[in-house]
Ligand binder design. Structure first.
Ligand SMILES: Cc1cc2nc3c(=O)[nH]c(=O)nc-3n(C[C@H](O)[C@H](O)[C@H](O)COP(=O)(O)OP(=O)(O)OC[C@H]3O[C@@H](n4cnc5c(N)ncnc54)[C@H](O)[C@@H]3O)c2cc1C
Length: 352
């Protein structure tokens, strides 16, 4: 009998799998490629919400666990995954520059914001009110991470590239049966795919669609990321990722002409040179009504768990939430009430 079945191999399923390997547990992961959020993510880690200059939820603490987690994986998988670079926040006005100085005095932000305002020297970037430099930021190459991790799990016999069919799951006393597989526990990590999970679809996972375009521009010559109304991230070879959009209504998986137009329009307000759109991607962020993760045990089935709800910040949140859940299951550590999915039981769960 296996210790665990894991459903989904995005950032959540990956962090859960690592936790299980570290604990020497037997497990099998099912992945059906139905969701793309972790694959299309910019993979950016940034502890500051740059719209309002406020700290992102627990981000400084999450960074302390998440960055070593990805660095360990770099060693294990022998690939470069973590790239450190600075984000430059473009100011729209003198008032925004002042807001930056006010934020510098906040203890949770001061170590992440450079006190010196940076003059713009790139003629193709429109930034007349200069730029603020955010420190200790960068990105994780999620495509490389997930592709390599999938191969790694496959080699170890932990991976099934197959849809998990909820209707064939049988619940028995103390274990579950799925086809000819028996397991003591099951952890669901399906991202927005949770909506199709009959055990957990009562949870208020809203979903928020995000799209990026990739542009090619020889003239732009930007060697840092810029956050304005859109985010521009250099990819090398004159390519840049531009995005992302936020859409609460559209839950379809594909790219849209509307988002492409919107991103092109915003980009034209930010740069002066020509560019060509060469690619576009979309994914649905697993966003929750109260913007906190959904972690914990099913209200009625004691060996069934969920690790989800990472919204727009999966890179930093996933390793922390996976560890919190596994410590809860294996060592009986309690979950913090603000992440525990039990906060929604009374309001949303219908007892059978
Ligand atoms: C455009 C965009 C940009 C983003 N940028 C960033 C960023 O820069 N930084 C950041 O931290 N976060 C970013 N995010 C958010 C981040 O992508 C998510 O928080 C994170 O990827 C969620 O991971 P997950 O594993 O919970 O879900 P997912 O990535 O959706 O993974 C769930 C997996 O489960 C699989 N699955 C679902 N149902 C089944 C089933 N029945 N059987 C088998 N497999 C199943 C899916 O195929 C999928 O692989 C971005 C998101 C988008 C859309």
């Amino acid at each position: 009998m296996l210790d665990y079945i894991v459903v989904g191999l995005g950032l959540s399923g990956l962090a859960i799998s690592e936790g299980l390997i570290n604990r020497k547990k037997s497990f099998l992961v099912f992945e059906d490629n139905s969701q793309s959020s972790s694959y299309v993510a910019g993979g950016i880690f940034n502890p500051v919400i740059l719209k309002r200059f406020t700290p992102a939820w627990n981000a400084a603490e999450q960074m302390e666990t998440a960055l070593p987690f990805y660095r360990n994986l770099e060693q294990k998988l022998r690939v470069k995954l973590v790239h450190e670079w600075n984000i430059y926040r473009r100011f729209h006005s003198v008032e925004e520059q002042n807001d930056w100085f006010i934020a510098l005095d906040k203890p949770k932000l001061s170590s992440f914001l450079d006190p010196e305002i940076q003059k713009n020297t790139n003629p193709n970037l429109k930034a007349e009110y200069s730029l603020g430099k955010v420190l200790k930021t960068g990105n994780v190459d999620t495509v490389k991470l997930l592709d390599n991790y999938r191969d790694y799990l496959n080699e170890k016999g932990h991976f099934e590239n197959e849809h998990f069919d909820y209707s064939t799951l049988e619940l028995n006393q103390g274990y579950i049966q799925y086809g000819d597989i028996q397991a003591k526990n099951i952890i669901f990590c399906e991202g927005f795919g949770l909506k199709k999970n009959p055990f957990f679809n009562y949870l208020p996972l809203r979903g928020n669609k995000g799209e990026y375009i990739v542009i090619h521009s020889e003239e732009l010559q930007l060697d840092f990321a810029v956050k304005a109304s859109v985010f521009i991230m250099p990819l090398g070879n004159d390519l840049y990722k531009v995005g992302a959009t936020y859409d609460n209504k559209d839950k379809t998986p594909g790219v849209t002409a509307g988002s492409r137009e919107k991103l092109v329009k915003e980009l034209q307000k930010l740069i002066r040179c020509d560019f060509r759109v060469v690619d576009q991607v979309a994914g649905i962020r697993p966003a929750v009504s109260d913007r906190k993760p959904l972690v914990g045990t099913h209200p009625e089935i004691s060996n069934m768990y969920c690790c989800n709800g990472f919204g727009s910040r999966g890179v930093l949140i996933a390793p922390n939430m996976a560890e919190a859940l596994l410590k809860n299951i294996e060592s009986d550590n309690s979950l913090h009430p603000e992440i525990d999915l039990q906060r929604f039981t009374k309001k949303h769960f219908k007892i059978n």
